[in-house]
Design a protein around this ligand. Structure first.
Ligand SMILES: NC(=O)c1ccc[n+]([C@@H]2O[C@H](COP(=O)([O-])OP(=O)(O)OC[C@H]3O[C@@H](n4cnc5c(N)ncnc54)[C@H](O)[C@@H]3O)[C@@H](O)[C@H]2O)c1
Length: 346
């Protein structure tokens, strides 16, 4: 089995190139959404604990691979010097059930979230969108901007975070990007006049990070931080003004911005699940005036894409450590022999 540590992934990205990795991952995600019906999937089970949530995200393609990701969200972790979101994941072959690949997924989550957001933005944002408002300048933020630049000619990023240190970090990281970086004193200043609004804040509560009256016609919103029970970012009155796309209704209804609606209201409001846009069954944007919303929660399919793509690259570039996570036996019924290798146990 191949193990992909943070160090190995960093090496892989350096070798393959950040931009190549992001754009190729976007293509892989697209391919996988096109075969949506072929997957066995389920809304992720979540366990809520004081200050956070722990989630498991399984999926099976019924042809080759089964994957799962373990992920958390603890918004107060940065106060202790820890990441809000960390993740790890596994890919197994379905013929035998043997695990083939175990990977760090904190970085992979940032990549796959940004790649999926860019994919959706390409389908829903105006072609002439140049100004991005980025609310929440934490771990996900730079990935989001770099991915969006692959699908739109972004010239200006208006950014805001309640933590001025996060804003400073973001500005420093993006300083060589050629983008016009406009630090804003509040979310309203960032949002007014923007063509695309990406909200990725972390707070386990219903917070009106974006107010309805700031949202103008023609804007596209990526709402990423409303992704578990009791955690949303948009003033709820924004929702009925939007053409809303979700990844997977059964999970999004529990976790997304739409959790604040009744099931009937949500079913009526939702325009499409993402796979319908990717397959071209439904149109992302039909006018310059429309307000579009990607109510993102993050689903197992995106992690499956990241795992299968990274596994292929890890084999190609021979990166990652080979370890036995399952016993290698000449007689598979003689498991006890594994323990007898070094010292006779029985
Ligand atoms: N939808 C998905 O697929 C997906 C994937 C990954 C992360 N997320 C979510 O995205 C969010 C951001 O994740 P992260 O890893 O960047 O977390 P992070 O803690 O590193 O960054 C979040 C930032 O939001 C800021 N913030 C909190 N409340 C704010 C407010 N009212 N206005 C402006 N800024 C505010 C914080 O100061 C922090 O800098 C989390 O809620 C996480 O659960 C969603």
């Amino acid at each position: 089995m191949k193990i992909m540590s943070v160090e190995s992934l960093t090496q892989l990205i350096a070798q393959y190139g950040f931009e190549n990795y992001m754009s190729d991952l976007m293509e892989v995600i697209k391919e996988d959404f096109i075969r949506w019906e072929t997957f066995t999937k389920m809304p992720r089970p979540a366990m809520h604990v004081p200050g956070g949530v722990l989630e498991l995200m399984p999926i099976c393609d019924n042809q080759q691979y089964y994957t799962f990701k373990y992920v958390n969200c603890h918004p107060k972790n940065p106060e202790r010097g820890l990441l809000t979101v960390v993740a790890s994941g596994q890919l197994s072959e379905i013929n035998t059930g043997y695990p083939l690949f175990f990977s760090e997924m904190t970085l992979l989550t940032a990549f796959r979230t940004a790649a999926t957001t860019a994919l959706v933005s390409d389908l829903m944002a105006r072609k002439d969108a140049h100004v991005l408002a980025l609310i929440g300048n934490g771990a996900q933020s730079e990935f989001q901007v770099r991915a969006l630049q692959l699908v739109r000619d972004i010239t200006e990023v208006r950014y805001f975070d309640i933590d001025s240190k996060a804003m400073e970090k973001f500005a420093k990281n993006m300083s060589g990007s050629g983008l016009r970086l406009v630090g804003c004193k509040n979310a309203e200043e960032a949002v007014r006049g923007a063509d695309i609004i990406t909200v990725c804040t972390a707070c386990k509560a219903h917070v009106d990070v974006i107010n309805n009256e700031w949202v103008k016609a023609g804007v596209h919103i990526n709402a990423l931080g409303g992704d578990t029970v009791g955690k949303t970012e948009l003033e709820v009155s924004i929702l009925p003004r939007c053409k809303v796309v979700v990844e997977y209704f059964d999970q999004s209804f529990v976790e997304g911005e739409i959790q604040r609606l009744s099931k009937d209201e949500a079913s009526t409001l939702i325009y499409a699940e993402l796979h319908e846009l990717v397959k071209g069954i439904k149109t992302g944007r039909s006018s310059q005036q429309e307000i579009t919303l990607y109510d993102s929660v993050g689903i197992a399919l995106e992690d499956y894409s990241a795992l299968r793509f990274t596994y292929e690259l890890a084999k190609k570039f021979e990166i990652g450590e080979e370890v036995n996570i399952t016993p290698v036996l000449t007689n598979p019924k003689n498991l006890i022999a594994e323990l007898n290798n070094n010292e006779k146990i029985i």
